[in-house]
Design a protein. Structure first.
Length: 253
């Protein structure tokens, strides 16, 4: 994230840029047809999630819930990481392994709860019975669990590592994020309080950057109506360029 203390004006500029980029992305997906193979279809679906998440983020910010947008932006980042890794078709199987591995760990841990109802036990056991063979097959093929930090590194996107930690803090509402969101100067708690400008700016900086990078990546995964891709991508790049030029000289070394 940028290293300077954003003021109200920078936050307003970030909001306006995110709206322009989000609308251009929505227009683009209306003219988009995913590739027919599983790899390109998965990359296209991840792109749709990024587009929807940015627009959900903008809706939250319009409603004064800026900090809550971090959950949507974290989803954007995770989707972009997987879009990037899907340049290798084998990553589809890695995504499946990570999914069933996570489901199995969660289900088996929940089964240790002595207060579960018989219905819940049956549902969890059914999930385990369905997914355990899938994990076994993939493990025999050499797949093993990867966390998001490993995936970010494998995708060559290490510059997103620090922003991901920040997004996680808001997504999980750790004590620092809760304090930032709800504490008042006089020691009280507030609901629907105004988010600090640097938080709004930092969150949207990451969101806009991911949306532009993902749009650059999706051109290899989908087909578009004539001239639609260039027209909408130019809108995004122009908005991103104006955003950058207005901030020129304000970043710390």
């Amino acid at each position: 994230m940028p290293k300077f203390i954003a003021q109200h004006g920078e936050a307003v500029l970030a909001k306006a840029t995110a709206e322009i980029v989000g609308l251009a992305a929505m227009d683009l997906v209306q003219a988009m047809q995913p590739g027919l193979d599983d790899q390109r279809r998965a990359r296209s679906a991840l792109y749709l999630n990024i587009v929807e998440s940015l627009n959900a983020c903008n809706i939250l910010i319009r409603s004064g819930l800026d900090a809550h947008a971090a959950v949507q932006i974290r989803s954007m980042l995770e989707s972009f990481v997987n879009m990037t890794l899907l340049k290798d078709p084998a990553h589809l199987q890695q995504m499946l392994f990570d999914k069933v591995d996570g489901d199995l760990k969660l289900s088996m841990t929940l089964l240790e709860d002595p207060h579960l109802s018989p219905e819940s036990i049956e549902e969890l056991q059914t999930r385990i019975d369905q997914e355990a063979p899938v994990k076994k097959r993939l493990k025999e093929l050499g797949y093993k669990g990867k966390n998001i930090a490993q995936s970010i590194r494998a995708a060559g996107l290490s510059f997103l590592s620090a922003p991901y930690v920040t997004l996680n803090s808001f997504a999980h509402w750790d004590l620092a994020a809760l304090s930032d969101r709800y504490d008042t100067d006089d020691g009280h708690l507030q609901v629907f309080g105004e988010t600090r400008a640097e938080v709004t700016f930092g969150l949207l900086w990451v969101a806009i950057q991911i949306m532009v990078m993902a749009t650059d990546l999706v051109k290899d995964a989908a087909r578009f109506e004539e001239d639609s891709y260039k027209r909408q991508f130019d809108k995004m790049n122009n908005a991103w360029g104006v955003f950058h030029s207005d901030l020129d000289g304000k970043f710390a070394n």
